[in-house]
Design a protein. Sequence first.
Length: 213
Amino acid sequence: MTEIPDLQLNKHQAATALTPPSRQLHRRILTAFADTGHAPSRNVIEQMALDHGVDPGPALSELTDADVLAVDDHGEIRAAYPFSPTPTRHRVTWDGSAGVYAMCAIDALGMSTMLGHPVIITSTEPGTDRPVTVHVDHGAALWIPDSTVVFAGASGDACCPSINRTCHHINFFTSHAASRDWVARNPTVTGIVLDQTQALASGVAEFGALLKL
């Protein structure tokens, strides 16, 4: 996997470090999201925890402190990486699914391995809205157009959670030239361009094992 400095691509590491009760709740939240296509509510999550002998307060605090989950002021999910509860550029579908939105391009690329089946990612390029489609089957992918790359960027304070700092800046671009043009117009965002092999490997490494930990 390509090292991407200072972009907080550390969800696998963070999930691995969770205590067993929090890890169990994390898995159940991700599974519920994948099964329904939307985020479970705070009330549902709390009941889910209680039903399996987990104290929801400390577990949810641990998940947000580890930045594997982000919530709003009411405790409702803002992000359950790799899933987004609100529409983003990155729509992910598979056979028989309601479909989900991914928080960013790398999150989308990791879903096939995490879920255990092929997925189709439909996205758009920032600034131009040119379409990008990626058919992903675990560690293999078909990219349309075949010149597609991923720009992995970040802005803001390094202590911010991923949703505030990186998620909006990790996107598909139809070519290296297109990504360079966008970066030139957005000087407050710093990052690197990943080729297809690097981007897919990053997604698999970050999210592929989250339901198996």
